[in-house]
Design a protein around this ligand. Structure first.
Ligand code: CUA
Length: 257
């Protein structure tokens, strides 16, 4: 064997050894830090709502939704010893997510879902932060992940549904995008909540106070600018609804206690 061949063989062996060491280090990192490799999933539809799903007492799945400038859910609690599958999506621009104190580091990219698995051994509070500049509220964008003692952990009770999704009135609210600006569970939004709207004493932008009755509801659906509720902007577009649809909506609202 000539000296140049011998040298070539040595270089190839060193290169292969180097690659093997790299793979070994990656495997070691996954084992030591309990963090799976981030994966970009293009076959899952990005989520619109954050969620914590319980697979078993020590296996959870979190759907994080990043949007300007918050994470949904804002707080997640799991017991120590849990494996958590983190799925991340965004409803607007690109955000980044880092879970301080762990190796979890993902990008929230429009159109796709990013995934990584984390295992938590000990109780501890973790901070979830956005690490990709996403506008003026970027540095406020944070959430909490709490790992608690399994003895004190209370499983999340599944929330009772507040509406019957089969109700024609509810289906209209969904179809006409009303729920983008009006909540039905009392939470704040761009428009007044629809929960308990019927019979509610309501102060208007012009200073008058009215009681939200059948006539008011019909007028406000057909012509939103007619009576604007105090504290809200006159931004609701006139919806295209048939007489029948308005009847169904009003009936649904009157029963939305
Ligand atoms: Cu989101 Cu920075």
């Amino acid at each position: 064997m000539t000296p140049s061949l011998r040298l070539e063989r040595r270089i190839i062996i060193i290169a292969i050894a180097f690659v093997l060491v790299l793979f070994g280090l990656a495997a070691l990192a996954i084992n030591m830090f309990h963090v799976g490799l981030p994966t970009c999933l293009t076959d899952i539809k990005p989520f619109q709502k954050g969620e914590l799903i319980t697979h078993s007492p020590d296996h959870y799945e979190v759907h994080y939704v990043a949007r300007m400038w918050e994470f949904d859910p804002e707080e997640v609690v799991v017991p120590a010893g849990s494996t958590v599958d983190v799925y991340l999506s965004t409803t607007d621009v690109t955000h980044g997510v880092i879970l301080l104190g762990t190796n979890l580091n993902l990008m929230a990219v429009p159109g796709v879902v990013n995934y990584a698995r984390v295992k938590f051994d000990r109780p501890r509070d973790y901070q979830l932060l956005c690490h990709e500049y996403c506008g003026t509220g970027h540095e406020r964008m944070a959430a909490k992940l709490r790992v608690v003692d399994p003895a004190t952990f209370k499983p999340n009770e599944p929330k009772a549904p507040v509406q019957q999704p089969t109700d024609p009135g509810y289906r209209l609210l969904e179809a006409k995008d009303c729920l983008t600006c009006h909540s039905i569970d009392g939470s704040e939004s761009i428009g007044p909540t629809l929960k308990g709207i019927y019979g509610r004493k309501t102060k208007l932008a012009n200073g008058a106070t009215i009681v939200a009755d059948d006539v008011y509801l019909r007028e406000s659906i057909a012509n939103p600018s007619a009576k604007v509720v105090n504290g809200f902007d006159d931004v609701m577009p006139k919806p295209e609804l048939t007489e029948q649809e308005i009847n169904a909506l009003v009936e649904y609202l009157e029963n939305l206690k």
